[in-house]
Ligand binder design. Structure first.
Ligand SMILES: Nc1ncnc2c1ncn2[C@@H]1O[C@H](COP(=O)(O)OP(=O)(O)O)[C@@H](O)[C@H]1O
Ligand SMILES: [Mg+2]
Length: 374
């Protein structure tokens, strides 16, 4: 099927076929939608910088019914997935200023079936809670979930890039994952490079990412022991080629429906290898290079076919370091650097998918009626 959403979809919902070009031309006919954000506590949101809040705000500004759910409030009632949802009250005019909106927002908690929501944004912080995904499994055919539950499961740790076919390491640095200390030592010994990156399989925010010096042989046993031994089970460890140029920073690219919608660069502190903002990195404006665009093109369609509609890529020197699928951030920074409002594109996308899904259902119903009434 052609990649674009057009009038020739024969009524089939194919979320994967909706591309951004179509979104910019969308017909503004979407009715009020029920949108749920599975989120961290409202009280801990930092309104100046939070990406999820920008989406909540945009949804509310457009008049959609907005609910906020914390994973602890997911519930099964008579075999159906429900949640105690904090529904945003609409009695006050939604302030166009995000910080004012945040301060003034009032909620009413009500128990609602999750299937009643047209869209659910999963915006919890990593690590991903597998039980939360089990609650959502039962509604994934009724509701458009960003990101798709199966996609989230697939990409919930740093093994996912191994799904991309890249035998020559053109897109992804050579990466080795194991719990076997002897194997990992062999990899370090065989490496041509003076140093390698070592990191935990399921880390985030830069935690545990270190540069391992090949010659620091007295330390390597102890470091590997430390990373591998866990409290209950042993941990997988990643050894990865150090990507040249990392000292100039990495690029965070936000991808929506398989296309880059914005990027910024994170420059590490002078005394650190990690560019993560949480690890002291500094954000600067960035325009995507040819190599970065090529990488986005190469991986975009796989992301979409895995239901990973909104993700954050970490790229160094044109090489993919990580795909962040769980609540990727960066909207506020890109908005500021590029004078855009990325949240508009994201809510446009959700509206477009729901609208398309609904028209497919209407069409099906009218065709059924033709046969029934014949
Ligand atoms: N292979 C690598 N080469 C150079 N720097 C790296 C490499 N892997 C990670 N880094 C640095 O460490 C940071 C964090 O690594 P990443 O794999 O993105 O883990 P996290 O999930 O903790 O963000 C990266 O943003 C980058 O600055
Ligand atoms: Mg990262």
């Amino acid at each position: 099927m052609n990649g674009k959403l057009n009038g020739k979809l024969n009524g089939k919902l194919n979320v994967n076929s909706i591309l951004l070009n179509d979104i910019s031309n969308r017909k503004k006919t979407t009715g009020v939608m029920n949108i749920c954000f599975i989120l961290y506590p409202w009280e801990v949101i930092e309104p100046e910088t939070d990406s999820s809040l920008r989406m909540v705000h945009e949804a509310a500004l457009r008049g959609h019914k907005v609910g906020v759910v914390y994973p602890n409030n997911l519930t099964i009632r008579g075999n159906n997935a429900y949640a105690f949802v904090k529904m945003l009250l609409k009695d006050e005019k939604i302030s166009p200023t995000i910080t004012t909106f945040y301060k003034k927002a009032r909620f009413k908690e009500q128990m609602f079936p999750l299937s009643g929501f047209d869209v659910i944004f999963v915006r919890t912080n990593p690590p991903l809670d597998p039980i939360m995904l089990n609650f959502l499994d039962s509604v994934k055919d009724d509701t458009f979930i960003i990101n798709d539950i199966d996609g989230l499961r697939k990409a919930s740790n740093k093994l996912y890039p191994a799904c991309f076919n890249d035998p020559e390491h053109e897109m992804i640095p050579a990466t080795h994952v194991s719990k076997n200390k002897d194997y990992l030592k062999k990899i370090i010994k065989e490496s041509d490079s003076k140093w390698m990156i070592l990191k935990p399989l399921d880390g985030f925010g830069g935690s545990g990412v270190i540069v391992l010096e090949k010659n620091a042989t007295q330390n390597i046993n102890s470091i590997l022991d430390f990373y591998i031994s866990g409290k209950k089970d042993s941990n997988y460890v990643i050894l990865q080629d150090y990507v040249e140029g990392a000292e100039k920073g990495d690029v965070r690219v936000l991808m929506l429906n398989g296309e880059p919608i914005g990027a910024y660069r994170r420059v590490p502190a002078d005394d650190d290898v990690r560019s993560n903002i949480h690890a002291g990195g500094n954000a600067v404006k960035h325009n995507l290079t040819k190599a970065e665009r090529k990488l986005c093109r190469n991986i975009g369609s796989k992301l979409v076919s895995d239901g990973l509609y909104f993700v954050g890529l970490d790229i160094i020197n044109g090489k993919l370091i990580e795909i962040n699928v769980c609540s990727p951030g960066g909207i506020t920074r890109i908005n500021k650097f590029n004078r855009v409002k990325l949240q508009k594109q994201i809510i446009d996308f959700a509206e477009n998918v729901v609208q398309h899904k609904e028209s497919a259902i209407d069409r099906k119903r009218s065709f059924r009626n033709i046969i029934e009434n014949a």
